[in-house]
Design a binder for this molecule. Sequence first.
Ligand code: AHG
Ligand code: MN
Ligand code: MN
Length: 337
Amino acid sequence: MPAGRTTLSEYLSQQTAEHQSLNPDLSKLILEIAKAVQEIALLTSQGALEGVMGSLESQNVQGETQKKLDVLSDEILIQTFQSGNLVAGIASEENDEPLSNPKGGSFLCLFDPLDGSSNIDVNVSVGTIFSILSSPSNTKPAVSDYLQMGRQQIAAGYAIYGPATMLVFSLGYGTHGFTFDAISGEFILTHPTIQVPADTSEFAINASNERFWEPPVSRYINECKQGKTSVRGRDFNMRWIASMVADVHRILMRGGVFMYPKDTKDPTKPGRLRLMYEANPMTFLVEQAGGLGSTGRQRILDVQPESIHQRIPVILGSKNEVERIESYHREYDRAEH
Ligand code: AHG
Ligand code: MN
Ligand code: MN
């Protein structure tokens, strides 16, 4: 390996030596996840060659049709954790109930095995998102054990299966990115200490939902669209990949604001994205990189979860933009009540 390249395992050993408070088993767990991610990356890259594209007849607990790759990725992660003794409990977007690990462990792992799965069949980037909590009980954790606030996460991360496969995670000491080198079979530290710029001229939102948004969100987006001719005084650019992993990855690389806000499209759902599998881990990473995550009215990491599959509005990214959107919500709420 060329000099100066830090592999994932070297980086993890350094971190464990440097930070006394880090549980050494956390490094082992990240390495387990990295292995699973390599398997999922291989499957996604083989696409139609492996017959892994397309949908199944089944629906997940959220009433969404499952893609073959959703289920295969889920199985890979579950098998990884259940064959080790690090993770006591596993909660996945694809499973109704959390699963326990007969071998026990000191962590809980919550994940979205395949994020952005509507992009699989069109060969656009997808990813895996994970959140790690400390497990109050070594075996058979109760559902209530998972309902910890986002700020209690001890680590979080994602893998992105894009032109390059990357693993981006935080152990609570900054957010760092590793690129998979298929030649050496190693993840290499390529993006140390990622920083999200506080200001941005780029936003990401599914604009087809515009008529269902709340006024503060419409106000913000309209100002961005009006650009130089609005109070913003500069033009904005828009991107929407429909893979949260890919949209948030772009924001970690160059700034921006990602929004899946509260809307009235389906009044039974307070948001599209899931608190435990998407909002919390992605906010942890963005905040560890100097950005901010909010529902518009509350810091995401301070939300007390009520159920593991709970949905929530998400506004995430460059700090000054997220604070501006929060201020629009405050102004609106004050005027209304
Ligand atoms: P998943 O594939 O895990 O269900 O998540 C998809 C999510 C997220 O990745 C993305 O930002 C959003 O749904 C896209 O939603 P729209 O199709 O409404 O744009
Ligand atoms: Mn998802
Ligand atoms: Mn998913």
